[in-house]
Design a protein around this ligand. Structure first.
Ligand SMILES: [Zn+2]
Length: 223
């Protein structure tokens, strides 16, 4: 089946009452056609007068690119709801799918007979079939956050846009390091390119494997 927004909203309410004691605040639900994930949580960060005032605009996205068994879609919604729970309660976890995430996941799987995993459950085959396999140039930013998490972002080939993006992220005070790479690759096609202030928390060991041997560049040499 392919999920719809009303379907996801109904599941969110159902699981919120059943698995999260009704504590989750409603989150805007969006559909996408992404080949790189089934479910994803995105948010923005904000800083006022030099102080980080937090993260905002949490959204839950489900990709309807693939026709998946209903149980997989349900488990994906639950997976993303665990992210929402940690995010909304401002819990510090050891990593994106750290100790807190895994403990919640284990409790839900045990108590409700679910099969939620830390991967987003797309099989390699499903992932590959939806991907554009042409080798293309990309500008990749690797961001290390002060809380230890790492993410990546694909940026457009525009020096002013990259500089503006870099400036805002550095001013937010949330990033402790940003490195930029320019490369030709088909693998990175799975991530969307934009100058929006969102970062993807992918499997960074896999991302790093695809950056091996490529030196980071200053912004002035990227475009
Ligand atoms: Zn996740």
């Amino acid at each position: 089946m392919k999920a719809t927004v009303p379907y996801i909203e109904a599941k969110f309410d159902e699981y919120n009452a059943l698995m999260f004691d009704g504590k989750l605040e409603k989150v805007p639900i969006e559909l996408s056609n992404s080949a790189s994930y089934v479910g994803q949580c995105t948010f923005r960060t904000k800083r006022i007068a030099g102080f980080t005032v937090g993260r905002y605009d949490l959204r839950l996205r489900i990709s309807t690119r693939h026709d998946l068994p209903e149980e997989e879609i349900e488990d994906t919604i639950i997976h993303e709801m665990i992210h929402c729970c940690i995010w909304q309660q401002k819990i510090k976890d050891t990593s994106t799918h750290g100790k807190v995430f895994r403990a919640m996941m284990a409790r839900i799987n045990r108590d409700f007979g679910r099969h939620v995993t830390i991967s987003h459950r797309l099989t390699a085959e499903q992932r590959e079939e939806g991907l554009d396999k042409r080798v293309k140039p990309h500008i990749v930013a690797i961001v290390t956050f002060r809380d230890g998490r790492e993410g990546l972002k694909l940026l457009p080939f525009s020096a002013p846009k990259i500089r503006a993006w870099d400036r805002v992220l550095r001013r937010s005070g949330n990033a402790s390091d940003i490195k930029y790479y320019r490369l030709e690759s088909a693998w990175f096609n799975r991530f969307p390119t934009s100058a929006a202030f969102n970062v993807f928390f992918a499997d960074m060991s896999e991302v790093r494997a695809h950056l091996e041997g490529i030196p980071p560049l200053p912004i002035s040499e990227l475009v």
